[in-house]
Write a protein that binds this ligand. Sequence first.
Ligand code: ADP
Ligand code: GLC
Length: 482
Amino acid sequence: MKKILFAASEGVPFIKTGGLADVVGSLPKCIDKEYFDVRVILPRYTCMKQEMKDRLEYVTHFYMDFNWTDAYVGVLKAEVDGIQYYFIDNEGYFGGFKPYGDNALFEIEKYAFFSKAVLSVLPILDFRPDLIHCHDWQTGLVPVYLKERFQGNDFFRGIKSVITIHNLKFQGKWDPKVVQNITGLPQYYFTPDKLEAYKDANLLKGGIVFADAVTTVSDTYAEEIKTKFYGEGLEGLLKARSGDLRGIVNGIDYEEFNPETDKYIVKPYNAVNFRKEKAKNKRALQEELGLQVDEKKMMIGVVSRLTDQKGFDLIAYVMDELCRDDIQLVVLGTGEEQYENMFRHFDWKYSDKVSANIFYSEELSHKIYASCDAFLMPSLFEPCGLSQLMSLRYGTVPIVRETGGLKDTVQPYNEFEGTGTGFSFANYNAHEMLAAVRYAEQVFYDRKREWNKIVDRAMAADFSWEVSAKKYQEMYDWLIGY
Ligand code: ADP
Ligand code: GLC
């Protein structure tokens, strides 16, 4: 039995801010249990839901040499759906109302602490993974520490590591001297061939340099990040590591996201009866959100972190034009104030057409995936994207920009061949986006049979984890040895 440890900063069902949590919560369940013992380690955030905190069981605690003190490391555990979870506790680092804060230096200290604690706790748990699967910059120091101080110890020697890049935009950067002081790593680690990038210490870079393999969450993004536009300054390194870099597209949890059994939606439906049943969810949502109740109106959904990445500049630019069309727009998201206010403004201006819901709600997100006719995701960049996969699963036709995982998972409608699962456009241009939306409107209103066939194909597309989990397993086998 090969032992794998996932180390990450968030994971469903404990704590979630975005797609990373969905991946960490769903992929381990889909790895073949006959050959792999997959466990997950996360921070124990004070802001976790009480019902989840109540499920954690104290294991032990110890003190770890970190940042010139003996830092408290509490260890807790829980089992969910057959997966063993561990948690690192330290209220000084993981207290607060949100998992991530705004003080960049503190974030670095916090996740350096987490990364070192992840390794330090393993002998105490008597769990020696063959491979540690790290996710994003927050766990970038795990491969570094593993290759550095922990190599002196028999327990750690030979443990492999992989880092998956979910988002290259966030790297965890700060002045090298300060980071050296916090992490206790030797000075010679802070050179451009190791942790340093453009005069900063860079935790993600550390992970990419020291991990045995690097993956990202779609084939297209794996290619894109080797270019200047998408590479966020690390394109040179990623090109240099391209032999060890591969894209494995994300899946979603097909049990959690299932229109037939979804407990949040008013009217369950499936690929056979959606023509009749799906619109009942739309009615209910129109009522709930105070929009004009009319099943025939095309309803477009957005569920997203409200950040630059997601292409909201394009939406802002053509919002007035879009609202002249016969559509409704339902938005659920939180994030940058400018986008929160932009949607609030349009909600006020077009109150019977636009509904802006500036908060986080799993329940409403499911209702939107189920009720809308189309889902808009015009991202500037998108490593994979899960929202469009959820939309496909619910027969809600995605309208996306052809980038990253959006390009790999949404097949553009071709009216001549009768193929495609969504609508797309290539350039980051507001009117190109608007043209794609209007093309979708036209098919929706004037060629309903064609539209429904797009929905048929969308619902038939398979983005469960099955295929991608096998790719991870192959990689684990290859790194650990057969
Ligand atoms: P990213 O990880 O970049 O945020 P993804 O598309 O991979 O983008 O994943 C986003 C996940 O977060 C999806 O599961 C989506 O439904 C969820 N999500 C985003 N914003 C909200 C919100 N305000 N309320 C509920 N779920 C949200
Ligand atoms: C990141 C990316 C998103 C991806 C998710 C899970 O947050 O922005 O595209 O789907 O990670 O891999």
